[in-house]
Design a protein around this ligand. Sequence first.
Ligand code: SF4
Ligand code: SF4
Length: 318
Amino acid sequence: MSGEIKAVTLDIQRLSTEDGPGLRTTVFFKGCNLACAWCHNPESIALKKQVQWLETRCIGCRLCLAVCGREALSMDENGIRRDREKCLLCAACAEACPARAQEIKGTEWELAALVREVLKDRAYFGSEGGVTVSGGEALLQIAFVEKFLAALKKQGVHTAVDTAGLLPRSVLERVLPWTDLILLDLKLMDAVAHKKFTGADNGLILRNAEFLAARRREGGPELWIRTPMIPGATDTAANVAAIGRFIGEKLQNAPARWELCAFNNLCADKYRRLDMDWQYAGVPPLREAEMEALYSVARQSGARPDMVRRSGATRTED
Ligand code: SF4
Ligand code: SF4
C-alpha cells in the first residue's frame, strides 16, 4: 500500500444507518461536479479546504482579526465576516481562536492512515455493516478511493459507494471489483430540468445507471437508487413516475431498493457559516400527505413495488 497517495475528506460519520445496510462508517470526500440547487452538504462542493465561523462558539475576543495578515476578517453587528477573495486558507485564525469558533473544513489523509482510522470501527460493523464512501462526489478522487476500497475488501469489510453517477464509465469500472453496494442518485428524468437544477445534463448518469444495472444482473455490486424529494424541483408525480418507468424498463428492476428521500432544510446554518446563499433556506419539509402520494406513485410506476422505500421527516400541519 502506497503511503504517498492522499485525499481530502470533509468528515467521517460513525454509526451511520442511512448509507447502506447495518451500522456503517461513512467517509465524506470533498469535491463535487454537480451544482444541485438544494445541496445539503455545501462544505463538500469545493475540493479545497475551507474555513468557517461558528457563531455560537464565538466569544468576540477579536484575536482572529488580529492574526489575519490578509485583513480578510472584519466584525459587525452580525458577527465575523470573511472576505473569501482575500482569504488564503492559511488557518492562522483557526489556530489563534481560543473558542474553536474558526473551523477548518477539510482533512488531508494518507491512504494507510484513513484505512486504519475506519478499521477502528470494525467492532460495530457486524455481518451487515461496513464502510461507505460519499461526498461530494467521492469518485472524483478515484485514484485514492479505488485503493481505499480495495484495502477494505481485502480486510473483509463490506463496502458501499454513494455516487451521483456523472463520471466516465472507466471510473465506475475501477471501483466495481472492490464494491458490494452502489448507492446511485437519480434526481430528475427531464433533461432540461436536470440541467436547470443540477447544472449538468443527465444523459451520462442514465447511461451509467443502465451499465450498473446490467453489471448487477451479471453478479456485480448490489444497486440502490435514491431520489431526493425536493419541493418545486423533483417532487412531481410526473418525475417520480418517469424514474419508476426507467427503473422498471431500462434497469429491468435490477436495483434492490429505490428510496424517496424527503427534503429537509436543516442545512441552512451550514450555508450561513460559509457565507453562501441558499434558495431553500425558508422552504418547509413536504407535507406527510404529499410524501405519501409520491410514494404511492412510485409503487405504481413500473418499478417493483417491494423495492420502493421512503425516508425523512415530513410535516403534518397545513
Ligand atoms: S484562513 Fe488565514 S487568510 Fe483566511 S481569514 Fe483566517 S487568518 Fe485570514
Ligand atoms: S478569535 Fe474566535 S472567539 Fe475570538 S472573535 Fe475570532 S472567532 Fe470569535
